[in-house]
Design a protein around this ligand. Sequence first.
Ligand code: OSB
Ligand code: MG
Length: 329
Amino acid sequence: MRWQWRIYEEPLREPLATAQGVWRSRSGIYLRLEDEQGHVGYGEIAPLPGWGSETLSADIALCQQLPPHLTPEIIATIPEALPAAQFGFVTAWQSVGQLPYRLRPWPICALLGSGRVALEQWQQPWQQGQTTFKWKVAVLSPEEEQGILTTLLAALPQVAKLRLDANGGWDLATAERWFAWLDRHGNGKIEYVEQPLPPDQWQALLTLAQTVTTAIALDESVVSATEVQHWLERGWPGLLVIKPALFGSPERLNVLLREGLEPQRLVFSSALEGAIARTAIFQCLETWQPCRALGFGIERWRSAPLLTSLADYDAEWHRLDNYGKNYYK
Ligand SMILES: O=C(O)CCC(=O)c1ccccc1C(=O)O
Ligand SMILES: [Mg+2]
């Protein structure tokens, strides 16, 4: 199987502020495979350095070193330390001759910007039928955020659900105060709090999950399949955010599900990947059958529409030409 790759860097439509800083652009690598009969396939490597996945330079080094003809055996040698590359190559290989996919629309959770803008930003997605929202916290002080949250919770209709994402930005004392506040004021509308403490504080995270009423989801703690496995062995009782683009080969999740991981505990979420990876993820969802709204409501920051024809793929392959350099095998 012959293949080509192309590095891109695309500015976000607006900066995304999280507890870990402000993001302004997103880089990755698009892959294009073609077999002897002319069947094509596409894949995307979209690592998030600083997020437990590899760096883009590590993926570039991998692409430079792989031979001009791919086989499943070669793809299987991609090391565990490069989970975004594993995802990109495995899904690219699976897509050859299968495109375009016919995909279902799933309920989506709309991401709201940190701070007061959330009070406006939920309304348009609500009018379009979305009922789950996520708000970035640990960006302002707890007092400021709880003030805004009081208004937001009062404004949201009773059937709406709100996720809070602290991106590991609280310490234990702050988290305990926040959970006490949420137990009193959550109004039945808080679906869960995502990554309240830094990813490595596993004992404190386990204790919190066993003592507070509000559900907790791990995100940064469980970026790759190996980490998910580790937390399951530790007895993590809560939810798990899966960012498929950073997770490794999708087959790893199939195995965990076959071994009894309950699908209701999973929340699938975007890593602000591009259209090729997003479409590959939605193809995986046909197998994974998500039970909760997908954390893919990120259009405000990056437009990544599902690709529904080979012409769409071809256009996407060429679209980011101006952002990155081209490399051909
Ligand atoms: O999960 C969602 O609902 C939206 C996506 C999101 O929040 C996100 C996007 C890129 C990187 C990290 C995160 C995060 O969950 O913290
Ligand atoms: Mg998160």
